[in-house]
Every structure is written in C-alpha cells, then in structure tokens.
Write a protein that binds this ligand. Structure first.
Ligand SMILES: C[S@@+](CC[C@H](N)C(=O)[O-])C[C@H]1O[C@@H](n2cnc3c(N)ncnc32)[C@H](O)[C@@H]1O
Length: 233
C-alpha cells in the first residue's frame, strides 16, 4: 500500500511493511504503531458520541467560530479529521497532526494535515477547543506520553476538552493522588467516561475489554457542556 504512494515522514521514524500489518515505529524502537485510518464516526462512537455532541454544543454556543479541533495522531490519510471537516463544514477548523502523512492528501479551507510529534505540539497556547486521540498514546513511551498530556493541557483554551482512549491512566481510580496531582499541575480536571467496548470487532478485535476513556477539561469547566452525557448506540 505505502509503496504505491508518496508519503511524508517525520525524521526519527521508520515505516515497515514486513509484518502482518504495516507499521510505523521510532528509529530507536521504543514505540511502534499500526498504520490505521479510522472514520470519525467510529471514533466518535467509541467516545460515547461525546465529541460530536460537544462540537454541536460549541458551534451553537461559541461566539468565535470556527471551532478549533485537533486530531492527535489521526492517521496518514487523515480520514477522521477530514470527516469532521466535511460533517461540520465552515463551523470547524480541523488539523490532523501525525508523524506520517500521505503525500497527496490536500488541505482544504477547514482541514489541515501537519507533520509533527504530538509530544511537542507546534500550536499556540490556549488555541484549541477540542482535541481527540484514538489508539496512539497508550503505545507511547511513558515520558513522551506525559509530555503529550502537558502539551494538550497547554494548547487547550479555557473550557476546552480533550478525549484520549484508554491507557494506563484510565485504570487508576479517578480520585487517585497520582491523577489528582497531575491534573492540578496541568490546570485541568480529569473525568473517566464509558465508551463503546474496544473489543468490538469493528475497532480492535484483540484489544482491551474495557472501554473507559479519559476526558481532560481545561479549567474553568463549562458545566452545561459537561452535563451532556455519553450515548452508546
Ligand atoms: C494506530 S494508528 C491510529 C490512527 C487513528 N487515530 C485511528 O484510530 O485510525 C497510530 C497513529 O499515530 C501516529 N503517531 C504515533 N506517534 C505519534 C506522535 N508522537 N505524534 C503524532 N502522531 C503519532 C502514527 O503515525 C499513526 O498514524
């Protein structure tokens, strides 16, 4: 598949085609990822349909359209972020940041693909309304994953939200001192939510059997938005 296309790759990463599934890894072998490009509707569904519900809420409530949305490690085709741009039109401005990008997927007025490392975001402070990441952080080396959390907290606007699928943090009770210390340090609150099980064969057949995910909210919280409940259909 990859050999047929041109692609852009961040220095320090390698693409491998010699496995059952094509993968991308850091050159120092510390991190490895399947090359996937899921649809936004599927990722939204796995996050309990909250991302789309929050986007709807924000576009109705926000005095500052377009809403700024970032897909963290959104896949080389940017399929999900292009889907968000198409679904919500000019009310949103969507950016996929990935270390591997298809050479022929072009930006549009409200969609941008950026080569970059999510643990070191090339984004201004307080510039993002909503971020999401699916099947990326749990494979990152711990220090770099923590840097990613710090970076996400930095770029979120007050009241902004970030969705991250289950990783080791989500196995901790939300009142654990480790999590509370992290949240305090970053100026965010952390909520654990229930999404659709990742063992669903549409998503990740051999994955974990729980489906909790992390919702990071930059203070101050928008209570009305957070009152919207996840919906599993
Ligand atoms: C398993 S795929 C998931 C892609 C997409 N989120 C989905 O669910 O279909 C992991 C993606 O994360 C990207 N990735 C891994 N580390 C990254 C990093 N540090 N910064 C940006 N993207 C990264 C990979 O290139 C790959 O596209």
């Amino acid at each position: 598949m990859l050999v047929e296309y041109s692609y852009k790759l961040l220095p320090g990463y390698r693409v491998s085609l010699n496995e059952p599934a094509p993968s991308i890894r850091r050159s120092d072998y510390t991190e490895s990822f399947d090359i996937k490009d899921r649809e936004f509707d599927l990722i939204d569904h796995c996050f309990g349909n909250l991302p789309s519900a929050y986007i709807d809420y924000l576009r109705r409530r926000s005095g500052a359209l377009p809403i700024s949305i970032v897909d963290l490690g959104g896949g080389w085709f940017s399929r999900a972020s292009r889907g968000v741009a198409k679904k919500f039109g000019s009310d949103v401005d969507v950016t996929n940041i990935d270390v591997l990008l298809h050479g022929e997927v072009n930006d549009t007025d409200n969609f941008h693909a950026r080569l970059g490392d999510i643990s070191n975001l090339d984004l201004s402070d307080a510039s993002v309304d909503l971020a999401y990441s699916w099947q990326v952080l749990f494979r990152m080396e711990e220090g770099r994953r923590m840097n990613t959390f710090r970076e996400v907290a930095r770029v979120l606007r007050p009241g902004g939200v970030a969705f991250v699928d289950e990783d080791y943090l989500c196995t901790l009770p939300s009142d654990s001192s480790e999590l509370q210390d992290l949240a305090q340090e970053l100026g965010v609150t952390l909520h654990f939510k229930n999404g659709t099980a990742m063992k669903s064969d549409r998503v990740y057949p051999h994955g974990p059997t729980t489906s909790r995910f992390l919702l990071m909210v930059k203070e101050p919280e928008d209570a009305e938005m957070l009152a919207i409940e996840e919906k599993i259909d």
